[in-house]
Design a protein around this ligand. Structure first.
Ligand SMILES: Cc1cc2nc3c(=O)[nH]c(=O)nc-3n(C[C@H](O)[C@H](O)[C@H](O)COP(=O)(O)OP(=O)(O)OC[C@H]3O[C@@H](n4cnc5c(N)ncnc54)[C@H](O)[C@@H]3O)c2cc1C
Length: 486
């Protein structure tokens, strides 16, 4: 693997030559926010020939987009069965297909030729914390049959061959899902967008917008911009330009850590090359730089310094793979994801020329790419498929109460996942013990000659078995039994 997960360099983070917007400008499209969403839209629109200006308040990839693991899978945070319930089978299938196209957009961009050191590799394994084989079968049938997605179901034995832990049972293997260096991808995307003609201005927060006219006005501290279309891709930090929009997102900060090199022992314990995530969304990890473990797990609904969570990451690693011992965490990072109440991203046109692309939650690689393609193609080619998102309205996320509730739900979700996992492992141990006990009993019977009777030799009439005693009689003491017969 040629990816190197060292800190994103100052140059990569854009500190060296950050261009601030210091003069008034006209463009076809103004994108607010240079994260994955804003840059995907800028790239696609510039490739289609539009003049695009991206305004970023801090620097490229400042938040989640520059601090993520780079796992790319099809689909959304909302489980597929719920998506079908919500919008029907045909529309769900179309959205799923679009989400796969989003993943393919990332694959096409994230080549070594385009982004040196991006290190793409195939295969993602989603593992179950509980023994839920039946659910797995119906899920596989739906994904492979109805949603045309390459998947393989792995039995617990196969999962445990590659992940030496009793924590995980069955798995769904996605051979076409993949991973790249997530923290490099956003800077590679910016470079591609610039190459296609988009202009990106950093240190340029948008403080207000006037979206009423045909030509819309965008105000920054040092200059103004006019554009026919504004795309709001500021995630939870959008703030003043449309505060009510930020309030439809529940901010959830996710944190990750990278261990010191672990040597050969990490391969003895984890023989799977791609990303692994559990179906409850608690842990997400993979091996990087040959023998280091990159592990994402802790989350909060308030901003905190990622360094605070190195102990939590270390404990998570130890609880899943105790054989690795007390690993040293040498690096931590994290960022805020915006989660919607319904679990689907916000993609669409709020009013003529005013677009939104946010709420990508924890699955932003493919979904933000999909948003980029849909919005750019709608503006420039009249493709109206973004309307498939119309059933998912902008719902207020509950403000401070929503955050507190979100934290409680998160804690409860993790606790119930842990409890369900413990119960599943307890049942598994009990099953193993039962099997061992039966084997010992059979062995003892064989030794004592009281095991299951062989058929009598030919010519010997079998004796009729005595009818069993009624239960009540069988419970009577022997002396009384004898007394009755006298
Ligand atoms: C630890 C972690 C691991 C993750 N791992 C994965 C993964 O493996 N796979 C995956 O698919 N997803 C992953 N995600 C989720 C993914 O990172 C996000 O969904 C995605 O980055 C969201 O992108 P965005 O562009 O919407 O938001 P952001 O990254 O938040 O970008 C928005 C940008 O807009 C700017 N902005 C906001 N307001 C203004 C304004 N008024 N003026 C100017 N600029 C403004 C901000 O400064 C920011 O840079 C992970 C997230 C985290 C935190």
């Amino acid at each position: 693997m040629n990816e190197t997960f060292t800190s994103v360099s100052q140059e990569e983070a854009g500190f060296r030559d950050r261009a601030r917007l210091s003069f008034d400008l006209d463009a076809d499209i103004c994108v607010i926010g240079a994260g994955l969403a804003g840059l995907s839209i800028a790239l696609e629109a510039a490739r289609l020939g539009a003049s695009v200006a991206v305004l970023e308040g801090r620097h490229i990839g400042w938040n989640a987009s520059g601090n993520q693991l780079g796992t790319v899978m099809p689909g959304f945070a909302l489980p597929l069965t719920e998506l079908i319930e919500r919008i029907g089978f045909e529309d769900a299938r179309e959205l799923w297909t679009l989400s796969k196209q989003g993943a393919e957009f990332v694959r096409a961009n994230a080549t070594e030729a385009n982004m040196p050191g991006i290190g793409p590799s195939d295969g993602v394994l989603e593992v179950s914390n509980v023994d839920a084989g039946d659910r797995l079968i119906s899920r596989l049938q739906m994904l492979a049959g109805d949603f045309d997605t390459d998947v393989e179901g792995w039995q617990a034995d196969r999962v445990r061959e590659v992940l030496k832990t009793d924590r995980y049972f069955h798995g769904v293997y996605y051979p076409r899902a993949f991973q790249v260096d997530g923290r490099k991808y956003v800077h590679g995307l910016a470079a591609l967008a610039r190459r296609a003609g988009a202009r990106i201005f950093e240190d340029t927060p948008v403080v207000s917008i006037d979206h009423s006219g045909i030509r819309k006005r965008i105000v920054t501290p040092s200059a103004r911009l006019r554009a026919t279309h504004i795309v709001l891709a500021g995630n939870i930090h959008l703030g003043a330009p449309l505060r009510r929009l930020s309030e439809t997102l529940l901010p959830v900060w996710r944190y990750a850590g990278i261990t010191a090199p672990l040597g050969e022992r990490v391969h003895e314990v984890i023989a799977f090359k791609g990303s692994v995530m559990d179906s409850d969304g608690v842990d997400h990890f993979r091996i990087v730089d040959g023998d280091r473990l990159m592990w994402e797990s802790p989350e909060t609904t308030w901003a905190a310094r990622p360094q605070r969570f190195s102990g939590t990451v270390r404990r998570r690693v130890r609880s899943i793979f105790p054989q690795l011992g007390n690993v040293e965490i040498t690096e931590t990072f994290g960022g805020a994801t915006g989660q919607t109440v319904h679990g689907m991203p916000q993609i669409g046109q709020l009013r003529k020329g005013l677009w939104v692309a946010s709420g990508f939650g924890r699955q932003g690689m493919n979904t933000s790419a999909m948003a980029g393609q849909m919005i750019a193609r709608s503006i420039l080619l009249g493709d109206e498929r973004w309307r498939l998102f119309s059933p998912f309205e902008l719902v207020w996320a509950g403000g401070a109460t929503g955050r507190a509730a979100g934290q409680m739900v998160g804690i409860w979700g993790r606790a119930s996942s842990a409890a369900a996992g413990s119960l599943a492992r307890y049942r598994e141990r009990a099953r193993v013990k039962d099997r061992e006990r039966e084997a010992r009993l059979a062995e003892a019977n064989r030794a004592a000659g009281t095991g299951p009777r062989r058929p009598p030799p030919p010519g010997v009439r079998p004796r009729l078995a005595q009818p069993p005693k009624p239960a009540a009689e069988a419970l009577e003491p022997a002396s009384q039994d004898q007394g009755v017969s006298q």
